[in-house]
Design a protein. Structure first.
Length: 844
């Protein structure tokens, strides 16, 4: 049936017994089954028109190809074609698959290349983007730096105090840097006694007055309006009073503060209720005369007005002048008008006892009995006629103060004797405007067109201090009820000044009743920053303690028994104080009781010039005045441990590093001194470095907190910073006018403070050696300046027995600028100065 030879067996037993034959037969059966499937599949393929979908695939094709390949099957043409077509299709599919795989591999390779290119491009884009962002950041930072510097510079050029501070503060807010902080400090130091500035919506302040309780300030303006100001809140009260159509010549509160009298140059006089701001009385006045002044009697029952002819008021020519009085409760006239002559510049006050009225003009001072009324006395100015402004003492009815309008000088007139006393120590450089006594009668304030206010001590007749801060004429002056605050007005702005001293940027204090020799100014601050110890007394032989918060004396000063004191130092725990002076022995005293705890005897010849504790407080280092020795002592026993001798009388000034590993000695006023500074290692007392100073006399040495740098100050005014490792100075020196008696690092080592014989104290950035802001001003010889332990304040003492405690923390500068300005930049100001920046004022 297969078309091939077959074997037929006659006997089936043979089949069972012949195993090889049985295998052949089984294989032939499998071939027969495969052939049958092949024949059926080939027939279906042929009937379908040889559709490729009928061709064998996979394992079926493998079986058929294997069976036919052995030659055991006899295939028909159709079957051979069917099987060949299946094999051809397989080869085609395998070839297609290989091509697909190769194409996929090529695609993958291209994809990997593309991904690599994209990754490189993306990385480049990221790098470029980051660079662009960094460039934008750098550009934005550069703009901010430039903008901040520009604002600070504009702040220093700005005449108005509030806007000057706001611009400088805004500069720090935009970019906090040494430059902007310097600008802010410089802006604050233009008016360090200013504690508040208020801007009102008026044209020009003509007069100021305060209620007796000091709560309400009245400001009369040139446009005839009067503003009431709550001085505590620095806010306007109600709407302005429309008192006149022209210049307000004076405003004055009644003694109880319930009424406000307002006079104007057009001649109107009105009494206004303070609480309601309603007009109580329009006072009848002489026709055709200007009202130069209005005043309440001390008991508040009478109001007096001074009326003058216009021609005589504005020029030194004779003219008519009349004093009119009214009843304050009814507004009716009291008595007859009093005729007084006018010679220009007329003004009037009641004396403090209410018995007299004092009138001043170009010719002299006229005193009128306030009850009769009649003239009591006339005091010609003497010499050439002069314009004067006047104020009458609220404590002494005989004392009048006169301010020369043209000369800017002050003199005091005794109404009982007619004697005049010239004030000294100050004068205005432009036309003077106002003069005012304080309520306690101890202080006098004057103002002028030079934008300045001068404060005078009445008893001594000396100018005490000058307040710059206004732009233009200062025409308003008023004191608070406690005489501790002065208000001045110029233009539309009012500035409050601290006279008590406790609210300033630099708070003053007195530590000695008399002047001291500059070499005898010794001061130290306790480690906890709560107390100041300072040499005091006529001979500087006593120690006084002051509370650093109040700057008031703590108890009485006591004598440590060393003669004139030259040096002071608190122990690290603050419980004791080491004192050195004219005596040869240094002493250790109890910082609370002043009792002597230890005496370091037989140490120096000629006195002790400087003194320092070791950081652990167990040892004391002293430098002699004339013996050229530095001595290390054991504090507990007073035993001398070691003597450091240097030729040339070097060890006069001493300092101990904060880690205790080094001490420094330097020469001062010893005749043989050459100014050399020697640094010693405390472990074996070997020399670490010798610093060859420029100046023959070193006046101060100070280690930086990290012990890597030492600063020196000399008689030539040169302050240098030295690298201890190389024994070489680095950077440019810090130059001072005169000589520099002190130098000190703050606790961070980033800032230095130096004093100078010109009276000023300077802050320096240690890294750049650039001065920070303007010099901290002072008077006389600034012998010592040092930081408080927290580094936020600087203590300065002067030869006049006074000192200053300055705030030097930039965070406090920021807060103070906003507090004094009392506002933020307006949107209009912001648009003017920062047009490209969103409105975000620092003093919000």
């Amino acid at each position: 049936r297969t078309g091939s030879p077959t074997i037929e067996v006659a006997h089936e037993a043979l089949l069972r017994e012949w195993a090889r034959l049985r295998g052949w037969i089984d294989a032939a059966r499998e071939d027969v089954r495969l052939h049958r499937r092949l024949s059926a599949a080939a027939a279906e393929w042929a009937e379908s028109g040889r559709d490729q979908s009928f061709l064998p695939r996979g394992s079926q094709l493998d079986q058929l190809a294997s069976a036919t390949g052995t030659g055991g099957l006899a295939l028909t043409d159709v079957e051979r074609s069917f099987l060949a077509a299946g094999l051809d299709q397989r080869r085609t599919e395998e070839r297609a698959e290989r091509e697909r795989v190769e194409q996929k591999l090529r695609q993958n390779r291209r994809l990997r290349i593309a991904v690599g290119v994209i990754a490189v491009a993306l990385a480049a884009a990221i790098v470029a983007g980051l660079a662009a962002f960094r460039a934008q950041d750098r550009e934005a930072e550069a703009r901010s730096v430039a903008e901040a510097g520009r604002l600070g510079a504009l702040g220093l050029l700005e005449d108005q105090l509030d806007r000057s501070l706001l611009l400088a503060r805004e500069g720090v807010g935009i970019h906090d840097s040494l430059e902007t902080r310097s600008n802010l400090l410089a802006a604050l130091l233009r008016s360090p006694a200013a504690i508040g500035a208020t801007r009102l919506n008026g044209d020009v302040v003509r007069w100021l007055d305060l209620t007796a309780d000091g709560r309400l300030l009245a400001a009369g303006f040139g446009d005839g309006r009067v503003f009431l100001l709550d001085v505590r809140r620095r806010r306007q009260v109600g709407s302005p009073i429309r008192a006149a159509a022209a210049d307000v010549s004076k405003v004055e509160f009644s003694p109880d503060g319930s009424l406000l009298a307002v006079s104007s140059l057009e001649g109107r006089v009105g009494l206004w209720e303070t609480r309601t701001q309603a007009l109580r009385h329009r006072l009848q006045r002489p026709e055709g005369l200007l009202c130069a002044a209005v005043a309440f009697s001390p008991n508040g029952q009478t109001v007096a007005g001074l009326f003058v002819e216009e021609a005589a008021y504005f020029a030194p020519v004779p003219g008519r002048a009349v004093i009119v009085r009214w009843d304050a409760s009814t507004g009716r006239r009291v008595g007859s008008p009093v005729q007084v002559s006018s010679r220009g510049g007329d003004f009037m006050y009641y004396t403090s006892d209410g018995e007299r009225l004092v009138v001043v003009n170009h010719a002299g001072v006229t005193v009128v009995d306030a009850r009769t009324p009649r003239r009591v006395a006339t005091f010609p100015h003497g010499g050439r006629p002069r314009f004067f402004s006047i104020s009458v003492s609220p404590r002494d009815p005989q004392l009048v103060a006169l301010l020369s309008v043209t000369e800017g000088t002050v003199e005091f007139l005794d109404l009982a004797t007619g004697k005049r006393r010239q004030a000294v120590g100050g004068r205005h450089t432009e036309e003077a405007e106002r003069i005012r006594f304080s309520p306690d009668g101890r202080t006098l304030a004057t103002s002028a067109a030079d934008g300045k206010v001068i404060v005078w001590d009445v008893k001594s007749g000396r100018a005490r201090e000058t307040f710059p801060g206004h732009a233009g004429d200062v025409e308003g002056l008023a004191f608070s009820a406690d005489s501790r605050t002065l208000y001045s007005g110029a233009g539309s702005r009012i500035i409050a000044w601290d006279l008590g001293g406790s609210r300033r940027l630099g708070r003053p204090f007195r530590f000695s009743p008399s002047n001291l020799h500059p070499s005898l100014l010794a001061v130290a601050v306790s480690p906890d920053g709560s107390r100041i110890a300072v040499a005091s007394g006529d001979r500087a032989d006593r120690v006084a303690f002051l509370d650093i918060a109040t700057l008031r004396r703590l108890g009485t000063a006591f004598s440590p028994g060393v003669g004139a004191i030259a040096t002071l130092r608190f122990s690290p725990d603050g419980r004791s104080l080491a004192v050195g002076g004219k005596a040869d022995d240094a002493v250790l005293i109890d910082a609370s009781s002043g009792a002597t705890m230890r005496r370091f005897a037989r140490g120096h010849a000629g006195g002790v010039a400087s003194i320092r504790f070791s950081p652990d407080g167990r040892r004391l280092l002293t430098g002699g005045v004339a013996d050229g020795r530095a001595i290390i002592w054991e504090v507990r026993t007073g035993r001398r441990i070691r003597v450091l001798d240097e030729p040339g009388g070097q060890p006069t000034l001493v300092d101990w590093s904060e880690d205790g590993s080094m001490v420094a000695t330097a020469g001062s006023f010893h005749p043989e001194s050459d100014g050399t500074v020697v640094v010693w290692r405390t472990a074996d007392w070997s020399k670490v470095a010798t610093l060859e100073a420029d100046s023959r006399y070193s006046l101060a040495v100070d280690f930086s907190p990290d012990g890597a740098t030492i600063s020196t100050a000399g008689l030539d005014g040169i302050v240098r910073l030295w690298d201890i490792e190389t024994a070489e100075p680095f950077g440019r020196p810090l130059v001072h006018p005169g000589f520099a008696p002190s130098v000190e690092f703050d606790r961070t080592g980033e800032t230095l403070v130096t004093s100078s014989s010109d009276g000023n104290v300077r802050l320096w950035d240690a890294k750049s050696r650039r001065q920070i802001g303007s010099a901290l001003p002072g008077s006389g010889f600034a012998n010592r300046a040092g930081f408080t332990p927290d580094g936020k304040s600087v203590v300065v003492v002067y030869g006049a027995g006074v000192g200053l405690l300055w705030e030097v923390d930039p965070e406090r500068w920021k807060a103070r600028a906003c507090a004094v300005a009392g506002r933020s930049l307006t949107r209009e100001e912001w648009a003017e100065f920062l047009p490209d920046r969103a409105y975000e004022p620092a003093c919000a």
